[in-house]
Design a protein around this ligand. Structure first.
Ligand code: ADP
Length: 544
């Protein structure tokens, strides 16, 4: 039968009490329950006839361990209650607290443990009856948990203060346990006899043990029918363990300190610690998962902010150049018109340049968007020398304005490359513009050399060399960092954008400094097109 999946509302915290168990958690719980059953079969058959005799240290060790385990489980569950404010969780955490507290009078009344007749001076029957009540209370609380869990959602949550509720629950549990202890020990003489002597159980005990097993079975069935969370799953395992423990303690050999009695007690301890470990493990795993999710969310948010900053800075940086070209060309056109005899041919050319720069700005913006959008890149087989010529034509006016001589050289049979034309053009325009700026800031020879050559038959390397002011050691280390600039109106984004474009092309961008002449040389590589034939463009030289 398919179990209903709990849908946790977005605003509800993830806890063991409202998370659906995964298939692996179900398998683990089943494996644990089956191993319990295996232990039952083995120990019931083999240990029934073994008489180990009384081991004095056993009862206090067992009692303390059960007390600590149940108390820690109660604290964990109260914590879940504090988060979810669910009545059912309050019931089960109180249940664990009561079973933990009941261990105290059980140990105190155990004959021969602290005094020969038990510390509270109770008779023979009290310890047994306290055990019965302890083992009857746990499935009762589990049943309350299941029934409260299934009530209508508005009735489920607790309206009162969590702290006060937990304190009241602790006080009430302690009061109930104290009252039960007083009544049972004081009325020992009137209690039905469940043991014949200090060691052997009576037939009534067996009936009571049978009832306890059945009561646990009822809790198990209810949990099975209405299970929906990780907590439900492990409570089913606990209830099974309780039933098995009662069976081992009572039926194979109905006497204290028999082999099966010890086996039952050890089994009870192992199962309680196992379940506690599992609960702790589940809580820690859940915490780790939540932590990962939170950190991933934070990283994603930071990345989005960085990307947002980078996109806006990139657009501002890259669109500046075509905008300047548009303004310059439009001004030139106006000048042609302002003449006594307007030069319409000049105007037409100026408008042509305006249109071309406008298209370029459009393409650049589209490319910046594509750069930050996964999978939106369109690579094609390119002749890198064509891209170099296109880039040079974009900055032609500036090169002319600063009277810069341009020298472009290329390998005779240069392989084609795989790349995004506009992006590679952007890289070259950025490198050339920087070179122009560096040369404009210095008197002397102004020469821009662009070289393209094949590298290890897998790459084409392009070098952009200038005779500008060059770079000092410190600047070489930082120029590729976003926002690093030495220019008054610079944004420091150009080289960082260039590097990310080239790296996205699986290439490399770096700088070397020409110490003899003082200029800078920027190099970048782009992978060759494996199917492309060699470019036919031969070495060319141009002068602006
Ligand atoms: P921006 O051009 O806005 O300053 P870039 O990232 O393109 O941003 O360049 C960063 C810095 O690198 C420049 O400010 C400049 O100091 C230095 N730089 C870049 N190219 C050269 C070059 N060819 N020669 C000397 N310095 C350069």
């Amino acid at each position: 039968m398919m179990k209903p999946v709990v849908i946790v509302p977005e605003d509800q915290p993830l806890t063991l009490a409202n998370l659906s168990p995964s298939p692996s958690q179900r398998r683990l719980a089943l494996a644990v329950a089956l191993s319990f059953l295996g232990v039952l079969l083995v120990s019931a058959g083999t240990l029934s006839n073994i008489q180990l005799g009384r081991i004095d240290a056993f009862v206090p060790a067992y009692g303390t361990a059960i007390f600590v385990n149940d108390l820690i489980t109660a604290v964990l569950l109260f914590n879940q209650f504090a988060i979810l404010r669910s009545r059912s969780l309050l019931a089960i955490s109180t249940g664990y607290l009561v079973t933990a507290l009941m261990v105290i009078p059980w140990m105190l009344t155990f004959p021969g443990l602290l005094t020969p007749d038990g510390l509270l001076g109770a008779g023979l029957q009290s310890t047994h009856w306290l055990y019965v009540l302890q083992y009857a209370s746990f499935p009762t609380f589990v049943i309350a948990y299941v029934l409260l869990k299934d009530t209508d959602p508005p009735k489920q949550s607790w309206d009162g203060s969590v702290g006060t509720t937990i304190v009241s629950s602790v006080l009430m549990s302690a009061a109930v346990v104290c009252s039960v202890t007083v009544v049972v020990t004081a009325g020992d003489a009137y209690l039905p006899r469940v043991s014949i002597d200090p060691v052997r159980f009576s037939t009534l005990w067996l009936y009571l043990a049978g009832c306890l097993i059945l009561w646990n079975a009822v809790a198990l069935i209810l949990l099975w029918i209405r299970q929906s969370s990780v907590l439900d799953l492990w409570l089913m395992v606990v209830v099974c363990a309780c039933a098995i423990e009662i069976y081992l303690v009572s039926f194979p050999d109905p006497a204290r300190f028999s082999g099966s009695w010890y086996a039952g007690r050890i089994f009870g301890f192992v199962s309680s610690i196992l379940v506690l470990f599992v609960l702790l493990h589940e809580i820690t795993t859940l915490y780790a998962q939540l932590l990962h999710a939170v950190l991933a969310q934070r990283r994603e948010r930071d990345a989005r902010l960085v990307t947002g900053d980078a996109v806006s800075a990139s657009i501002a940086h890259e669109v500046k150049q075509p905008l300047t070209a548009i303004i310059a060309s439009a001004n030139a056109g106006l000048n042609w018109l302002d003449r006594v005899e307007p030069d319409l041919d000049g105007v037409r050319k100026a408008f042509g340049r305006v249109v071309a720069a406008g298209h370029r700005a459009d393409a650049v913006i589209e490319n910046i968007r594509a750069q930050y959008r996964m999978g939106a890149r369109t690579r094609a087989s390119l002749d890198i020398d064509d891209v170099i010529q296109e880039a040079l034509s974009v900055v032609r006016d500036k090169l002319q304005a600063y009277q810069i001589a341009v020298q472009a050289r290329s390998d005779e049979r240069l392989p084609r490359v795989m790349g995004e034309r506009i992006q590679l053009q952007q890289v070259l325009v950025n490198l050339i513009t920087n070179a122009i700026d560096a040369m404009a800031a210095k008197n002397g020879e102004r020469r821009l050399s662009i070289k393209s050559e094949a590298r290890q038959s897998r790459y084409v390397m392009v070098s952009v060399e200038d005779t500008g002011k060059g770079l000092d050691r410190d600047a070489v280390d930082r120029i590729f960092n976003p926002m690093f600039t030495t220019k008054t109106h610079g944004m420091g984004m150009g080289l960082s954008i260039c590097r990310s474009i080239i790296e996205a092309h699986e290439g490399r961008l770096w700088v070397t400094v020409d110490t003899s002449r003082g200029g800078a040389i920027f190099h970048f590589t782009v992978p060759v097109d494996p199917d492309g034939s060699a470019s036919s463009i031969a070495a060319s030289a141009a002068s602006a």
